[in-house]
Design a protein around this ligand. Structure first.
Ligand SMILES: [Zn+2]
Length: 128
């Protein structure tokens, strides 16, 4: 197992150092925090499995954030509509525009991150 091979970044997983419990890359042989050797370096298959699970968890959390963004968009729209008595006045009330802008930013960022996760996952393996 002494041979080194180029490991593509998407097979990298974040594990906890068995000595100091800090989060480190599974590719490290020496913990950068406490400099203890990481007892059992993960095999490539294990690292890929853990990395895939972490991608799913990140994607799930990003999905939740994008729903939160949608809810904020709806809240902002309703606030805008019901503030005053003439529907969607220009400019919208400050509170409503804050909700709309934050919700939109949250939704776009979360969806973009999910797309990025999928794209980086589908990239072909190197060396084969
Ligand atoms: Zn450590």
């Amino acid at each position: 197992m002494g041979r080194r091979f180029a490991v593509p970044f998407w097979t990298m997983a974040i594990i906890n150092c068995p000595h100091c419990n800090q989060r480190i890359s599974s590719l490290k042989e020496i913990c950068p925090h406490c400099e203890a050797p990481v007892a059992a370096p993960l095999s490539r298959e294990d690292a890929e499995r853990i990395a895939a699970r972490q991608r799913r968890e990140r994607s799930y959390r990003a999905g939740n954030l994008s729903y939160l963004g949608l809810v904020m968009l709806v809240v902002g729209s309703l606030w805008w509509w019901f503030d005053g008595d003439a529907g969607w006045m220009i400019p919208p009330p400050v509170g409503a525009s804050t909700f709309l802008l934050l919700g939109m930013a949250l939704y776009i960022l979360a969806r973009g991150y999910m797309i990025w996760l999928q794209v980086s996952q589908k990239r072909p393996r190197s060396g084969r």
